[in-house]
Design a protein around this ligand. Sequence first.
Ligand code: 5GP
Ligand code: MN
Length: 443
Amino acid sequence: IPVPNLISFAEALEVGYSKYKNPYHNLIHAADVTQTVHYIMIHTGIMHWLTELEILAMIFAAAVHDYEHTGTTNNFHIQTRSDVAILYNDRSVLENHHVSAAYRLMQEEEMNILANLTKDDWRELRSLVIEMVLSTDMSGHFQQIKTMRHTLQQTEGVDKAKAMSLILHAADISHPAKSWELHYRWTMALMEEFFRQGDKEAALGLQFSPLCDRKSTLVAQSQIGFIDFIVEPTFSLLTDSMEKIVMPLIEEASKSESPAFGTHSQNSLGAVSNPEAQRRPTFKSTSDGGTHTENSLATVDLTSFKDNLMKIIQANKERWKELAVEEELVKNVGEQEKDQSRNSTDAQLQEETTRIQNESSQGSDGTTCPPRSIVLQVVSFDTSLSDESNSEKCTNSDPNQKDLTDAQQETQNTDPLNGEPKHCKKTEDLVKATEQKEALIQN
Ligand code: 5GP
Ligand code: MN
């Protein structure tokens, strides 16, 4: 990649990501998802399964995946009959635009970072990038999960494009698997973006989309649902998939010691640059100008990767549960009291935001935040698929799931009293208690 081209392209990306001044879908989200994809490739060892071209496709797809995001959802584009909705016939409107507009940038010679690829490589990369970015459309989430779960049960190998799409999709919704301080801030940024859409909807005389009414959205409760139905199953599938792919590579590499423990030429990700060796698992990576970075198969610890993720997700869910109690109280008080409570809630929310801002500059000390309420939730979706997927999750007997953390196993166990899976019961109660009609995701 010619460096001046890379700089021009990256600068143009930044401009595009800043175009609509979005609180959430901005250049930091792009950088965050790109870094997370990089992290997943290294820490699961999946980079040893991918070729250099595929690694490039992953990083590139992550960097462009929300390019020129308008800060409004696909549904908003469709309802308002926007130019892009008309252009893309209401199908994955934003996602189509992200890829198309990013490729359009590279039509300019000075921004063409792919100028030195062969025709075949260029085509292969483009095909992977299109598939991966389109798979970030949340309306395809449940189908994607279902297809991949099915693939894991088969004896054949896993489809590369599907595995790579799952990695990008997981990275895209990974903030609930990060520290509370980060997760809370990303959540508030996303909610503010939704609320701004709600303001636009109100101004246009349209109905509020789910999660878009700043006066009634229950943030904490919606986040519990998002984690339960979307984030946990996605990361559980991600780790199962990585295990199925990487474990045989580790075995192979530890048997044939030469490539496994050798120190042949590798790129900065630790992938071998020798084309012949590109598909060979490697155990050892190079040192980088004195700093030795071990990105080898020998250091891959999938169990820690999984346990760590699940622990953080659970901890974040617990924090939302504390906050949801307050939220529920506020919702149940009378109209006048409700207004008063909301004022104090706003004050508490402000307090939490300030606390987190202070903490993140000093480093977190793990103290519990004061409970506060926020607003209501709900997420519309493809309910036929969502129902199926939820019931699948509730009755899951997939042997790939047996390594989940204790906390997860507990929630997935069957209740001995009524034979109903505890997890489903809990979720059902939550849904009832919050009088919510639909589950998850706003898109
Ligand atoms: P993206 O638009 O970033 O490519 O796709 C990710 C989508 O996942 C977001 O647009 C948003 O709809 C959903 N999402 C990500 N994080 C959260 C979250 O914390 N809560 C909810 N309800 N949805 C989220
Ligand atoms: Mn995204």
